[in-house]
Design a protein around this ligand. Structure first.
Ligand code: SAM
Ligand code: TMP
Ligand code: ZN
Length: 414
């Protein structure tokens, strides 16, 4: 099949129909979470991974969308619960929602993209009425096994209407690392409108484009991250869809994310954080095309340096393995042309990824146990967003002389 048949062009902004100016092209890329069985090589889907900014509303977005049903299938392998850091994060979010919002006995919370249910496990165990909505049946099954109620479905106006009819309105709609994945985002807001109580809140967390630009996190750009949100663009977007952005918090998850709190207009006081961050973004040049053009030059440099380092290490007879078969690693390996010749395998704790080949680059994924059997000389840390947790866990690797290779914000060895 011709991969070009799978893509749809997005010449105009998906939010406001303004002109979108391209600022980076990361080339031909696969579905970032489509880990292959060896027999499936040759049947992969690819698309052009290019990002631009809308001249009118400043929303940063991809120019071509990978169809969602190629990404979020029954066998979608990502599992939030592989990270202790994320587990602690979602326990804290659950505690806060319970203390501040879900205070009434029958209050309902709906989570969009609950995956294996890290947040809702805690809320469910505390007796909170809840429903997760996630199309990835395997992840949903894992949530169900932990006592979480899940509807295996895409969240949109249709499913939200059905949920409202079955369970009544939701006091809180929550979502982490999912809203930015949904190109047809107007569906999300129509669904939230159907579902939310008059004084309810819609809270979502997603990676922050300012952190991506500041730290050259180019590998945060992959098929699933269709939008790279800024406060300015989200503020305009939610107003367009009939809501108000009332609060925004900068959180350290995944190298830098924002938690947006959205309410019906006038229902909640608008906190000063919103205007302050919009001002900060203007000063930083976050709405300017030139800011992103600089970032494009940094990416080229990182790619060249990383390939040079890996080639030198191979020439010197050093063993390098990858650590963490992240979605981000698809962008890095496919953009830089890094295959099993430079990184013979990647170790990962996710059973659904083990024994498979990484998308596009076809690097074998091995269980975590392979990392110490024997330790390599260098580990290329693809899961840098979990660096603290991983480096603490892998002290013995360093004690035995091993070194970590990081590639953002520049290629370096620690
Ligand atoms: N919320 C979890 C977290 O932060 O770790 C999981 C994030 S995972 C990157 C994105 C999840 O969103 C996947 O489980 C995917 O199946 C789900 N998803 C994608 N599109 C969706 C949609 N339209 N409605 C509901 N869930 C969706
Ligand atoms: P993410 O960067 O897309 O969140 O994916 C993280 C990947 O890293 C996931 O496949 C699990 C893997 N991982 C490990 O192998 N070991 C670890 O200690 C952690 C935290 C993650
Ligand atoms: Zn726009």
């Amino acid at each position: 099949m011709n991969s070009r048949e799978l893509v749809s062009a997005a010449p105009a902004c998906r939010i406001c129909a303004g002109p979108v100016r391209e600022w980076v092209d990361l080339g031909r890329q696969p579905v970032s979470n489509a880990f292959l069985r060896p027999r499936d090589v040759g049947a992969e889907r690819f698309f052009r991974l290019a990002v631009g900014i809308c001249a009118d509303c400043a929303m940063v977005q991809q120019l071509e969308a990978m169809p969602t049903d190629h990404m979020f299938r029954a066998d979608y392998p990502y599992r939030s619960s592989t990270s202790d850091g994320l587990r602690r994060h979602f326990e804290a979010v659950a505690g806060r929602l319970r203390d501040t919002e879900l205070t009434g006995p029958g209050d309902l919370v709906v989570e969009i993209g609950c995956n294996d249910g890290l947040l809702l496990r805690t809320l469910g165990a505390a007796g909170v009425r809840h429903l997760g909505v996630d199309p990835s049946a395997g992840a949903a099954q894992a949530a169900t096994a932990h006592g979480v109620e899940v509807r295996v479905d895409f969240f949109d106006e249709r499913s939200a209407t059905a949920i409202r009819a079955e369970r009544g309105p939701a006091k809180v709609v929550f979502s982490a690392n999912t809203i930015s994945h949904i190109a047809d985002i107007d569906e999300v807001f129509r669904g939230v409108d159907r579902l939310l109580t008059p004084d309810g809140i819609f809270v979502f967390e997603d990676r922050y484009v300012a952190d991506i630009v500041e730290y050259a996190y180019f590998d945060q750009i992959y098929d699933e991250h269709f939008y790279l949100f800024s406060v300015r663009a989200v503020d305009a977007m939610v107003a367009r869809f009939g809501f108000e952005l009332v609060d925004v918090e900068h959180i350290p998850i995944h190298g830098g994310s924002l938690r947006y709190t959205v309410a019906r207009p006038g229902a909640r006081p608008r906190r000063p954080s919103v205007a302050r961050m919009i001002d900060d973004e203007a000063r930083y040049g976050l709405g300017e095309h030139d800011t992103y053009a600089r970032f494009g030059r940094q990416i080229d440099r990182i790619g060249a340096d990383l390939v040079a380092l890996l080639t030198d290490l191979r020439g010197a007879g050093r063993r390098v393995v990858g650590y963490g078969a992240t979605s981000k690693s698809a962008t890095v390996t496919n953009y830089c042309g890094i295959g099993p010749d430079l990184v013979p395998y990647i170790c990962d704790t996710t059973p659904e990824k083990q024994g498979r080949l990484s998308p596009g680059a076809h690097i074998p994924v091995r269980p975590h146990e392979a990392f110490a059997d024997p330790y390599p000389d260098y580990a290329l840390l693809f899961a840098w967003n979990h660096a603290e947790e991983i480096m603490a866990k892998e002290r013995r690797f360093v004690e035995q002389g091993g070194r970590w290779i990081l590639y953002v914000p520049h290629v370096h060895i620690v």
